[in-house]
Design a protein. Structure first.
Lengths: 329, 329
C-alpha cells in the first residue's frame, strides 16, 4: 500500500556547487550579485573553470523545501528529473536520506544532471548560475495522478515553469489537484520567472492557486509596482493565501483581507543565504499540515530559514523539530 | 618553459562524501570509529545508501596536503588518478582551483573516480571508508621524472603503497629523487598501512626517506610497541627527520638526536578532524621550503591543522597565509 503524502513537490533536481568569492568576481563577469540566471552547458563549463574550489551539496528550490518538511516530520514526495550519472545519484541519495519519497526515473542518454553554480560573497549573499540539464526533461508521464489526488498540497516551483515539458506536467498536476481537493501552492521563485511568466502567474493566482510564496521583489514585479503595499493590495483581491518573505524584516501572511506580520528569527550567523526562501516555505507548509495557525506557520518558516542561512548549503543540518519545539512548543 | 615545483605529491585522488551520524551508526555496522578502511564497490554502495545526506568535497590525503601548501604560497604538483566522470572533474577542478598543478590524465573505461565515505560523529572524529576506484590505476608512466628531479621534495602518501601499480610508480619516483637530490618525504597515513607494510616502511626510513610524518599510533605500530618513547628512540636511529603528530598534544620533531616539542594551536572549534594530519604536513613542508626552523615548521603545521578541523572538509577554507602571518610573522 502506498502511503499518502502531505505534499507532492514538482521542481528542479539540482546539485549545488558552492564556492566563495569577492563581489569583483561577479562584477568582472557581468553577473548581477544576488540574482539567479539560467546558463547553458558551455557557460557552465567556463564559469566552473574560473570558480574556486567547491563543495557539492544537493539543492533545487522545491527539493530543499520538502527536505525541510521531512525534517519537521511531514511526509513529502519530490518529482524532478536527474540523469543516470554520478551527480544524479548524489541528488537521489541525498533527498531520500533526508526522508523524502523520490521515484522519478533518471533519464539516460540526454543532458547530464542539472547543477547550480553558486557564488557566495562575504556578506552571505548568493548568486546562482543554473545549468538545468536533465531537469528540463521532466514530463507529464513522470507524474502519478493518484499521488497528487491523495496529497494535502501540490507544491510547484516557479523556476520550472520555464521549460515547456515540465510546465505541461505542472499544468496537468494542477488539474488533478483541483479535481481532488488537493491544495495548490506556488512559489514565484525569482524575479526573472515573474518577468517571463507574469500573465501565467497572475492567471494561476486568480484561478488555481491556494497558497503563494514570494519575496518582496517577486510580488512587486508580479504587479509591476515598486510599492509593496500596492502589490499586497493586489494579492489581497485573490482568494488564495499569500505569504511574502522580507529577509531580515520577517514575513507577511495575507488571507481573507487580513495581514499577519511575523518577525524574522534571529540567525546565529549569516554564512550563505541560499535556501532561505525554500526553507521558509518548507517550515510554513510543515506547520500548516500540522494544523498550526497562519502566524505560527510563518514563525516555523522563519525558524527553518534562520537555520539554513547559518551554514553552507540549502538543506537543513540542525534538528529543525527541536528548534521549533524550543521556540513554539 | 615548465616551472619547477616545491613538492611533487603522489597520492589518492578522492572526493570525500561527508555525512554526520551518531557512533551507533558505526557500531551497528562493525566499523571501528576513527579508523580508515578500504572497501569495494558493493560495500561502498550499501554504506552510501545507509548514510544520511552528504556533502561532496575534494579530498585525498596528499592532495589535501598540497592544497594546504598552495594556500601558503608554495608551488606544488599533484600526481593521482581520477576517472573521466563527474566526480573526477570535480576533483580536477578543485585541486587546480586550489593552486596545485595537476596533469595526470583521467582513466577511461575502468573503475570510477575513487571516493571516501566519511562519517563524522558529534565529537568531530572521522571514520573513513575508502573506495579507491580509479586511484589504483595510477602507473609509472604517469610520472614525469624530470619534474621529480627538479622538485625540492617528493611527497609519498602511505595509503597508496597498498595497490601494486601506484607502489611501482612511487618506487620509481624515489629512485629519481635519490639520484637528483630531491628530498623524499613519506606519510605513514594509517595504522592499517603500517601493519600491512611494516617491513617496507622500515626499509624506506632506513635507506631512502629524508622526512617522515606519522601520528603516535602509526609510529608505535611501526616499531610494534605501546611506548612512544621506544618508537621515538627507534626513529632517532635513522638519519631522517621524523615528525610525530599528537592531536591536542601538539607535535614532536626528531632530528639528529634532538627532540623539538611544539604545542597544538588552539582550535576555534572541532567540527570534523578529517585532514588534520594532511594539513599539518602541508603546513610543515610549506614552511620548510621557505627555510623556516624545524620548530616553526611544526608550528605552521599546527596552525593549518587547527583551521581544517574547524569546518567540514579536509581542504583549507580560511586564509592560511594570514593566519600564519598573524601568529609567527
Amino acid at each position: 500500500m502506498t502511503q499518502r503524502h502531505h505534499v507532492i513537490a514538482i521542481g528542479n533536481a539540482l546539485v549545488d556547487v558552492i564556492t566563495t568569492a569577492e563581489p569583483v568576481f561577479l562584477a568582472d563577469r557581468g553577473i548581477a550579485k544576488g540574482s539567479m540566471r539560467l546558463i547553458g552547458a558551455d557557460e557552465a563549463e567556463t564559469l566552473y573553470t574560473a570558480m574556486g574550489p567547491g563543495r557539492e551539496i544537493s539543492g533545487g528550490s522545491a527539493a530543499n523545501t520538502v527536505a525541510g518538511m521531512a525534517a519537521l516530520g511531514a511526509r513529502p514526495m519530490f518529482v524532478g528529473r536527474v540523469a543516470d550519472d554520478q551527480l544524479g545519484r548524489v541528488f537521489a541519495h541525498d533527498i531520500r536520506a533526508a526522508g523524502v519519497d523520490f521515484v522519478t526515473p533518471a533519464s539516460t542518454g540526454g543532458a547530464p544532471t542539472g547543477r547550480c553554480l553558486i557564488v557566495v560573497t562575504p556578506d552571505g549573499d548568493r548568486t546562482m548560475n543554473t545549468y538545468l540539464g536533465a531537469c528540463q526533461e521532466l514530463a507529464e508521464a513522470d507524474l502519478d495522478p493518484g499521488m497528487v489526488a491523495a496529497a494535502d498540497i501540490l507544491y510547484l516551483e516557479g523556476y520550472l515553469w520555464d521549460p515547456p515539458a515540465p510546465r505541461a506536467a505542472m499544468k496537468k498536476a494542477i488539474q488533478v489537484a483541483r479535481a481532488n481537493n488537493t491544495k495548490v501552492a506556488l512559489t514565484l521563485s525569482d524575479v526573472f520567472c515573474v518577468e517571463g511568466y507574469r500573465a501565467d502567474f497572475q492567471a494561476l493566482l486568480a484561478e488555481h492557486v491556494d497558497l503563494v510564496f514570494g519575496n518582496e521583489h517577486e510580488v512587486c514585479s508580479l504587479y509591476q509596482t515598486d510599492n509593496l503595499d500596492v502589490a499586497m493590495a493586489e494579492l489581497a483581491r485573490h482568494s488564495c493565501t499569500a505569504v511574502i518573505t522580507r529577509s531580515a524584516a520577517g514575513a507577511v501572511v495575507i488571507e481573507g483581507g487580513r495581514h499577519h506580520v511575523v518577525a524574522a528569527e534571529p540567525a546565529a550567523r549569516v554564512l550563505d543565504t541560499t535556501g532561505a526562501g525554500d526553507l521558509f516555505a518548507g517550515g510554513f507548509m510543515a506547520a500548516m499540515v500540522e494544523g498550526r495557525s497562519l502566524p505560527d506557520c510563518a514563525r516555523v518558516g522563519c525558524i527553518a530559514a534562520a537555520e539554513v542561512i547559518s551554514h553552507y548549503g540549502a538543506r537543513p543540518e540542525a534538528d529543525l523539530k527541536a528548534l521549533v519545539k524550543a521556540r513554539l512548543g
